[in-house]
Ligand binder design. Structure first.
Ligand code: FE
Length: 136
């Protein structure tokens, strides 16, 4: 294990104070925003999507694709060290949760029905992201 990102740990009260109610619900309580309501579902601008809670770069616009699901969808993270996954549920209900490796903020889920080259679809709530447009 090298270059493991520093961990950010705040108390529940501190997270609540630093996030909007919707951001808190999604990132700390594993909530899901309603499809097609998120700020970035339709965003096609170039830039980087950072963790809304701690600022870690998570996804790049180059990896974003239109999945038609109503949530921002990416084929891969900026850096695999910046996201962690956790298998949820059992048997046919099984799915893989995705969260920020630095602060633990829930982002969404990753599915194995994405486009080439990875075949992965990171289905991420806009409320867990903060988009930073590319300069110039
Ligand atoms: Fe984070």
């Amino acid at each position: 294990m090298t270059d493991t990102p520093n961990k950010v740990e705040l108390t529940d009260a501190e997270w609540k104070a630093s996030l909007t109610p919707e951001q808190y619900r999604v990132t700390r309580q594993k909530g899901t925003e309603r499809a097609f309501t998120g700020e970035y579902d339709d965003n096609k601008a170039e830039g980087v999507y950072r963790c809304v809670a701690c600022g870690t770069p998570l996804y790049a616009s180059e990896a974003k694709f239109d999945s038609g699901t109503g949530w921002p969808s990416f084929t891969e993270p900026v850096d695999e060290r910046n996201v962690e996954t956790e298998v949820e549920g059992v048997f046919f209900m099984r799915r893989t949760e995705v969260h920020c490796a630095v602060c633990g903020a829930h982002g969404g889920h990753v599915f194995e029905d994405g486009p080439a080259p990875t075949g992965l679809r990171y289905c991420i709530n806009s409320a867990s992201l903060r988009f930073e447009p590319k300069e110039g």
